[in-house]
Design a protein around this ligand. Sequence first.
Ligand code: GLV
Ligand code: MN
Ligand code: MN
Length: 390
Amino acid sequence: MWADLLPVGRLANGGYQRFAWTSADMACREWFRAEAGTRGMDVETDRNGNLWAWLGEPGPDSFVTGSHLDSVPGGGAYDGPLGLVSAFAAVDALQTRGCTPARPVAVVAFVDEEGARFGVACLGSRLSAGVADPERTLALTDSDGTRLDEAMRAQGHDPAHAGADPQALERIGVFVELHVEQGRALDAPIGLATAIWPHGRWRYDFTGEGNHAGTTALADRRDPMLSYAMTVLAARKQARLADALATFGKVVVDPGGTNAIAAGVTAWLDSRAPDEATLASLVAAIEQQAAERAERDGVRLRVTAESVTPPVSFPADQLDWAAEVLGNPPRLPTGAGHDAGVLAAAGVPTVMLFVRNPTGVSHSPAEHAELDDCLAGVAALTDLMVRHAC
Ligand code: GLV
Ligand code: MN
Ligand code: MN
């Protein structure tokens, strides 16, 4: 399965570019259909574009496992696909374990988990859970100005019925997302997630005055790049003081000429903290410092919250159930967002299973997991599947 998936959307540096509803994403979705087909699983595409492969008739109290196929810009091979390759491998392992499922088993691929193209993460699961407004979500645009509904239509998906999908979620008896761990917090082959930190994305638009780099005296400039640069440093310092995280990882400069003072800078703040109060005060402190600096620079600043996700605690009952089945692996919280978090927040019984990441690197071509740990992940996923479905 890896060999078929690895060339899809691969960049020259070994990273992956698989944005939602692009040809790379569609090739991944074809891979999913083919894997389901060889196992005799029927595939349905739900109203939001999530793919469900069913072993047996779809029905209540099913065991559902899966993750996502899309990537961040220049992402790694494991973030998302590991959960899907492992899910199909676990379905195969059912036979070896002599199990004929008494309950339905499904593999799900949630669409657009990373939010790399339209700016909001976990779009497929958020729409299905009814926490994303379909009208506003379908109107989101990518960097070329293409709307989400246009992107869906271009790939043959009708967006007319996008939105809350309680029937799809009510069938889930338990949802397990297996995922590569994305930090250095797990020093065992597998672990269980306890919680996801509150996090969000804020868009900073700095507007100044474009002008000539060779003739405009420093005193006469209204340079948004200065305000932006100081904001990046302020974010880092405030995050350190708050014992939290703040990152500017994406910036667009208008017009972006070497010999021109920028007219505008748009940058995106990603911030995460162990609790909501810390996150709110950190984000407010960064915005205040940015505003003060912008005023000194003669620059206009507008800050827009593009998505803010409250903390998630994975349900204790399922966590204890999984811990008992798996012999009490380590438990850990994470700063990374996941579809499993969206489902847990919507009341779906959910377990998040992590596979060790030896370097902790993720959202990078260098992301890696050792084969033995991946196999331990498949074995654990199979144990949970057998316990629920057989
Ligand atoms: C998902 O990968 C995130 O950005 O947390
Ligand atoms: Mn990710
Ligand atoms: Mn992921």
